[in-house]
Design a protein around this ligand. Structure first.
Ligand code: SF4
Length: 334
């Protein structure tokens, strides 16, 4: 068993591999009410959202694990899993497990052979010197090219010779599979944790992946149509209104030059200032505010039937362009 840390923050390696049973043991008896709402777990909740966002952004950077707070790190993994389970999106489920497995792989690369073998054993993989069982190799080989091609392997007595790199890649695949299989549900997680930035990012990705990509203005949500109408009518739009519009337009894949053209009729339009603001918002990839925030800023405008089923303007647009021919409003939340 890998050395387990404590809530008080003993340095430990378990935080790097939270999908192992030993890690789950640490959090399983904690009160869910406390986890979701208490100030003490705010860090875990924020880290959980960061984990899912990084997965969606295909972030190659490792998640920073503060080993002084092993409990927080492990809990954030399970909360992230609960978020992914709640959203029920296959693309997100796969992206998340790949991201977490890669993250663990980066840590494994720096571990001693003893720790590598301990993690492998917890995954059900045994290494004998520089060999593993042929069936294990076949099960977890990520592809069948190059070093993974059977003719390029040294096989004898049901065992395959492998180097450290190949072994770690096999472990990465086993970790991905383990992570994908974990189901961790937390009811009302969407009430306790603001998931709107994740919904926005997910919609943005799906919109960008459409084969015939084009901007469809008539599918914009009423709030964004209203901000554009105000700009076109030479009405001064608040800073928050402009921010929301630019972040939304960037989210659906509009180019900076096109965004600039939309902003141009603004009464106090200054090309240099506007360009700086647009570049800042698009460069940082800010998400447009959620519907809740838009309501708070008084930017939600004449919500329609579809608005009642979504939480973010990006979801509205994504739904509209995907169901354009049918004009249907979903019977439940999307
Ligand atoms: S409910 Fe959301 S999408 Fe609809 S108008 Fe309001 S802010 Fe926009």
């Amino acid at each position: 068993m890998i050395g387990i840390g404590t809530k008080t923050g003993k340095k430990s390696t378990i935080a790097r591999y939270p999908f192992l049973l030993e890690a789950f043991e640490m959090i399983k008896d904690e009160s869910m009410e406390e986890i979701l709402y208490s100030e003490a777990f705010r860090g875990s909740r924020a880290l959980a959202v960061a984990r899912v966002q990084s997965a969606l952004k295909n972030d190659e950077k490792q998640i920073f694990i503060d080993e002084r707070n092993c409990f927080e790190a492990v809990l954030s993994f399970y909360l992230a899993k609960a978020i992914v389970t709640h959203i029920k999106d296959n693309f997100l489920l796969k992206r998340h497990s790949i991201f977490e497995a890669k993250n663990a792989y980066y840590y494994l690369e720096k571990e001693s052979e003893e720790v590598v073998d301990q993690v492998a054993k917890s995954l059900g993989i045994e290494r004998e010197g520089d060999k593993i069982r042929f069936v294990t190799f076949l099960k977890y080989a990520p592809n069948s090219y190059g070093s993974w091609k059977l003719v390029n392997t040294r096989l004898s007595g049901g065992m395959v010779e492998i180097d450290r790199h190949i072994f770690l890649r096999i472990m990465q695949e086993a970790m991905r599979e383990r992570i994908e299989r974990i189901r961790f549900s937390v009811s009302d997680i969407d009430k306790a944790i603001d998931l709107s930035s994740i919904y926005a990012e997910l919609s943005s990705r799906k919109i960008a992946q459409r084969k015939e990509y084009r901007i469809e203005f008539d599918s914009f949500p009423p709030c964004m149509k209203n901000i554009i109408a105000q700009i076109e009518n030479n009405i001064n739009v608040s800073h928050l209104g402009r921010f929301s519009l630019v972040a939304f337009l960037n989210g659906i894949g509009m180019k900076e030059e096109e965004i600039m053209k939309i902003l141009m009729p603004t009464p106090d339009f200054d090309d240099r200032v506007a360009r700086y603001q647009v570049e800042h918002i698009t460069g940082k990839e800010y998400s447009a505010p959620s519907c809740d925030s838009m309501r708070t800023y008084s930017l939600c405008f004449e919500p329609d039937n579809l608005c009642a089923k979504i939480k973010h303007p990006m979801q509205y647009y994504e739904y509209k362009i995907n169901h354009k021919d049918h004009g249907r409003v979903p019977s439940k939340e999307v």
